[in-house]
Design a protein. Structure first.
Length: 629
């Protein structure tokens, strides 16, 4: 029995009556138990609940508690998602008690890690804030240091939340300065902001109300997760394993990058990637590799609880099947470090395999890199994402999937592409020319400049980075990029962060409404539509020869009627696809900027499409797209 689980517990024994044991992650052998009738325990009546529950990450619950204990915990709390951290079971139970009729409980306050703002944790908070008998947060500190005074103190950041029954506002406290954390008298100063506190422990625009957009489908993913250190080899080891002599092995031993490789300096390592091959293929074609993995990976995989990891031991634990197609035929892709001090996006050559701590975007378009690198997106990511200790985290599901890219015109796209290419090239050039420079070091100096530090006042080590890294040019590229991206959204360059967030949340809602009607602004239509599009989308793609980047036009404005025949046909098909009722030639003409000047061409195109069976018409005067059965 513990604070969040009660069950009828018995010692697990085998058929001979001998107790069954399990080995914990730290190597300790322990007896196992069965948990029957798992249920939530009854807590004593109280006016206030205050606590600091034990922390176990959601992904570690099964390993730390054991299969039976973890499954009993989940069974006793069916409303909780299995990925929630252990502390959230306390939060959920306290919240349930607070909403019970005639409860004595007035408020509860809990200390958790600052991961409470991450997606799997804030779902619990959001469920209670939006319930029929809602709670509200009266005080929250999203990110607070844990004391380091004790020798064994954990180097973590915590969050604090206080909840009450009913609606209303509260106060968010954010740290301005902190010092003396390794003493018994730390000095911490706060800023305060009042208002309705959202599930992500923010005040103001609630980014948690946004939803993923189909326009971004299939492009973003974490990198591969190895589950076996033996996959990583040095170039010398790779040569010993047959690289350069075994035909085809160059496709399966490739350069490898993790977060530190990008923010600091590459380790110059490679990784054995056998995705798509059977064990027999590897043994026959690459016997040296097979024996290497048999010794260095298989023993570890044999002890793994997941069948797929054990059975497919020669393949990465998470080979990222969804990411791989997005990188085919791309000469490069965009990557950012999942947890990092600075939110930096950069191009990586397509032959390099990204580690699990990188977030990869399957696009080689510098326009996409420019948008992601801009203040608009970084503001969004810092708010939508979470933090680990004191470092922001970039979450695919919260930062990329719901993010609405701007409906930029061709000239705006060209300008953003050009600046983004210069930005990426500048960073790569100075890093290549000066081995002492790192990406983190460059952006540390950039942040000092943005905060008002005069270059003349930089300390000698910082001044060297400033000079060798040409940081003023780096700043100029970012300033120009920020201005161009803001203009693409129709926003002033100096708009406050809260107003940027409000605009993006509203735009997300508008795009979601468009998508519900079938209007999707694909980022890579040539790649996404064949995989995720409707039959209508696919037919439009075929008619345009794979070029749908300009369809549909921005909501609220009339598109120009194309001058080229195939593009004209595609524009007409797109207009019919998004229409909710049959359209006449006059109505179609009115939907374009040129108006009735387009009528003759529209009439002849409609007649041809109807003859070919692409359109349906009853009276010859109104037309609708013929939908697939």
């Amino acid at each position: 029995t513990d604070a969040v689980l009660q069950a009828d517990i018995t010692l697990a024994c085998d058929s001979t009556g001998k107790p069954v044991t399990r080995r914990s992650p730290d190597g300790i052998e322990a007896e196992t138990y069965t948990y029957k009738k798992p249920r939530r325990p009854k807590w004593p009546e109280a006016d206030f609940i205050v606590g600091n529950p034990p922390f176990i990450g959601g992904k570690d619950l099964r390993a730390r508690l054991g299969d039976a204990h973890a499954e009993a915990l989940w069974a006793a709390h069916p409303a909780m998602n299995d990925s929630a951290d252990f502390v959230m079971y306390w939060w959920d139970h306290a919240a349930d008690l607070l909403t019970k009729p005639k409860t004595q409980l007035r408020r509860f306050g809990l200390v958790t890690t600052n991961s409470i703002t991450q997606t799997f944790q804030r779902r619990t908070i959001e469920r209670h804030l939006t319930a029929k008998r809602p709670l509200s947060l009266t005080m929250a500190i999203p990110d607070h240091p844990w004391t380091k005074a004790a020798p064994d103190a954990a180097a973590v950041r915590i969050a604090m939340t206080v909840a009450k029954l009913g609606g209303g506002g509260g106060t968010i406290r954010k740290i301005l300065n902190e010092s003396g954390l390794d003493t018994d008298t730390p000095n911490i100063t706060f800023s305060e902001e009042s208002g309705r506190i959202n599930a992500d422990l923010s005040v103001g625009t609630d980014v948690t109300t946004t939803i993923p957009l189909r326009a971004n489908d299939g492009l973003c993913s974490p990198g591969v997760k190895l589950h076996g250190a033996g996959f990583i080899v040095t170039p010398a080891q790779a040569e010993h394993l047959g690289l350069g002599t075994r035909p085809g092995l160059d496709h399966h031993i490739r350069e490898y990058r993790n977060g530190r490789d990008l923010t600091s300096r590459p380790r110059n390592v490679m990784v054995i990637d056998l995705f798509g091959l059977t064990a027999d293929d590897v043994r026959t074609r690459f016997p040296e590799v097979y024996q290497h993995l048999l010794q260095t990976v298989k023993p570890e995989r044999d002890t793994n609880n997941r069948d797929t990891y054990r059975d497919n031991w020669w393949i990465f634990g998470e080979p990222r099947r969804d990411l791989r197609p997005a990188l085919i035929d791309q000469r490069r892709y965009i990557a950012t470090v999942e947890t990092a001090k600075h939110r930096i996006f950069q191009f990586i050559p397509a032959e390099i395999i990204p580690d699990n701590m990188l977030v990869a975007v399957g696009s080689d378009d510098a326009f996409t890199l420019g948008i992601l690198s801009s203040r608009v997106h970084v503001t969004w990511a810092l708010t939508s994402g979470a933090t680990l200790e004191d470092r922001p985290r970039y979450s695919k599901s919260r930062c990329f999937d719901p993010f609405p890219f701007p409906a930029a015109d061709d000239l705006q796209k060209h300008r953003i592409r050009t600046i983004a290419e210069h930005l990426d090239a500048h960073r790569k050039r100075v890093l290549a020319d000066h081995p002492h420079l790192t990406l983190t070091g460059l952006y540390n100096i950039l942040e000092k400049l943005r905060s008002g530090t005069n270059p003349a006042d930089l300390a000698p080590p910082d001044r060297r980075i400033f000079d060798d890294g040409l940081v003023l040019i780096l700043k100029e590229h970012h300033d120009r990029l920020d201005a161009e991206v803001a203009a693409a959204y129709g926003l002033p360059a100096d708009l406050p962060d809260q107003d940027i967030l409000s605009h993006l949340v509203a735009l997300n809602h508008a795009r979601a409404a468009e998508e519900a009607k079938g209007q999707i602004r694909w980022l890579r239509p040539d790649y996404q539509i064949p995989r995720f599009g409707t039959p209508t989308d696919k037919s439009q793609l075929a008619l345009t020869g794979g070029n749908m980047h300009d369809l549909p036009a921005a909501a609220g404005s009339k598109p120009s009627f194309p001058t080229e025949g195939v593009a004209q046909t595609a524009a007409i098909m797109a207009a019919l696809a998004f229409a909710t009722t049959p359209l006449t030639p006059d109505a179609l003409a009115a939907s374009f900027k040129q108006g009735r000047k387009t009528l003759p061409r529209i009439q002849s195109t409609l007649a041809a499409l109807a003859r070919l069976g692409h359109l349906a018409t009853i009276d010859g005067r109104t037309f609708t797209l013929r939908r697939a059965a």
